[in-house]
Design a protein around this ligand. Structure first.
Ligand code: COS
Length: 389
């Protein structure tokens, strides 16, 4: 039985997120984009509303949202501002490896730090390196076991919240010869000696978010901070991305929806050749295409997130959703600029920012091509496509 009705809890979470996006994010979105930062005041308000620790279990002070509800909240926040929403949502990516693998002691020591509304902290997911992007198994950050713990050395790049995080979930290799079989993960605090922040990136879009290098120079990591032992790290990364990609797909839908609304409003107001341009079939069809694909993108991410919530395998659906959602964001924002004509190219029109923000949706958490690679690899094991179980 297919049921499209949201629960009261889901409706309340989406409404709260939408109001936050409308009243708190939208009014400062262009300013944050220009300045490349977010006021502390806004982070505090977001933390007080539970938006920085949505997925952390309630027993540690978090929102305890399931993947489906979290993805729908993500759509609303990205509708508000993709740069701010990327900052607020990054804790979910950083803590998913912990939700999979952390022991009780690690949960108790680290989860509450992200849930304190008076002093909200961030965590950051450290996988990507200068030489290991799509090829995640090629990471070179090394970890060596010592008598009382580990020594970590290496450099991570493009780390969301790298410069503002309190701790990091760091994927590293115990033995590079073993390729993905050598990968593990540790929890590293910003305060540990030898941890430093490298270059802060000057990005095309999602400019409000903080993206930096993070460098580990002979960092002593205590034994109790081993998160994933050697050999299990790559599976943890793959499972993490399977679980989080639905929210990135939802982000793409949110950005696309924001652009569609702007284009629709403009097409109704803008008069050329004696009538509103929405009456021109060429424009009307562009808007119809946008509306149809946004609806399809939403159903795809909801399916992936629903499967994740149920604990069902969701790798294929997550990649369908992420590939579609990223491409959707790029296509819809580009066409929204097109509908605005020359005005859309100007910074005072929101669609200009939306188009710049959209591009990252085809890149981060697995490029559009990697998603197709995952889908294609799944096809090898599929002999028919009968969908009814
Ligand atoms: N869940 C669990 N295990 C998985 C998995 C998944 N979704 N995908 C692959 N694995 C397992 C495989 O089963 C295999 O295990 P065994 O050898 O024990 O059978 C192992 O992982 C290696 O798989 P594979 O050979 O497919 O790995 P590759 O190195 O070829 O990489 C891709 C696979 C390309 C899918 C992976 O590197 C990837 O997702 N890259 C993108 C990384 C990314 O998203 N980066 C962005 C960082 S976050 S901003």
């Amino acid at each position: 039985m297919v049921d499209f009705e949201l629960t009261e809890e889901q409706k309340a979470a989406c409404k709260m997120a939408h109001e936050f996006a409308l009243n708190e994010m939208r009014p400062i979105a262009l300013e944050c984009d220009k300045e490349g930062k977010i006021p502390d005041e806004l982070i505090k308000k977001a933390a007080a509303a539970g938006l920085t620790a949505m997925a952390i279990p309630e027993e540690y002070g978090g929102g305890g949202l399931d993947q489906l509800t979290a993805a729908m909240v993500s759509e609303e926040l990205f509708w508000g501002c993709a740069g701010i929403a990327t900052t607020l949502g990054a804790n979910s990516l950083a803590t998913t490896p912990m939700m999979i693998a952390a022991n009780d002691d690690q949960r108790q020591r680290y989860f509450p730090r992200l849930c304190d509304p008076d002093d909200p902290k961030f965590a950051a997911f450290c996988l990507t390196e200068p030489g290991a992007g799509s090829d995640a198994a090629a990471i070179s950050t090394t970890i060596q076991e010592t008598d009382d713990g580990y020594i970590l050395n290496g450099q991570k790049c493009f780390i969301t919240n790298g410069g503002i995080a309190d701790f990091y979930t760091v994927f590293c290799t115990f033995d590079k010869e073993k390729k993905y079989g050598g990968i593990g993960a540790v929890i590293v605090e910003r305060a540990y000696e030898g941890v430093s922040i490298g270059k802060k990136e000057d990005k095309m879009g999602i400019r409000a978010s903080n993206t930096t290098e993070v460098i580990f120079d002979n960092v002593k990591v205590p034994k109790e901070n081993l998160l994933v032992p050697m050999g299990q790290g790559f599976y943890n990364v793959m499972t993490t991305l399977d679980l989080t990609r639905a929210s990135v797909a939802a982000a793409g839908v949110g950005v696309a929806r924001a652009a569609f609304e702007e284009a629709l409003k403009y097409a109704k107001e803008r008069v050329q050749f004696g009538r509103p341009i929405i009456a021109q079939q060429s424009i009307n069809f562009m808007l119809a295409e946008m509306a149809m694909k946004i609806e399809a993108g939403r159903r795809l991410y909801q399916l992936a997130a629903w499967k994740a919530t149920k604990g069902l395998p969701c790798s294929l659906e997550s990649s369908y959703a992420k590939a579609f959602g990223g491409d959707l964001a790029m296509e819809v924002t580009t066409n929204a600029v097109q509908i605005h004509g020359g005005y859309g190219y100007m910074k005072e029109y929101l669609v200009e920012k939306l188009m710049r923000d959209a591009k990252i949706m085809q890149i981060y958490e697995g490029t559009a091509q990697i998603q197709r690679l995952v889908i294609g690899a799944n096809l090898m094991g599929i002999t028919d496509a009968y969908p009814w179980g």
